[in-house]
Write a protein that binds this ligand. Sequence first.
Ligand code: SME
Length: 152
Amino acid sequence: MSLSSLKPQVETILSNSDKTLDERLLSVCQLLDQEVSYYNWVGFYFKNGDKNELKLGPYVGEPTDHTIIPFGKGICGQVAVSNENFIVPDVAAQDNYIACSITVKAEIVVPLFVNGENVGQIDIDSNTPDPFTEEDERFLEYVCEQVAKLLA
Ligand code: SME
């Protein structure tokens, strides 16, 4: 299955004005979790007001204790300051990593920009080692761009 084939469904979900923003984001998480076998935890983090920390938004997967992540901490916190995609093929090899579940082998985090400002990110954990490619990066950048349009 090509990830690009999910784009129309992402657009349909995000354009549903009968739902709140969080409901739409949750539906996107559910879609990605259901349709991509190696996406095993899918969630959004957003900058928490004026604080230099991330707050967990809608997600699908095991509940996590890490609902607040300071900038710089873990993969998510690093992306909040680097403004760059971060692929971790093997989480066990990362120093600055916050473990949420022992089943997780790999992670990808892609920042979400509104008017050039890094306001959040999509975070995906995989139970499969080293599954993420540039195709995931391009697709998740697309998802973040679509979400950004609702936040602008
Ligand atoms: N592993 C992340 C923390 C968030 S959980 O994956 C849900 C990190 O290192 O920032």
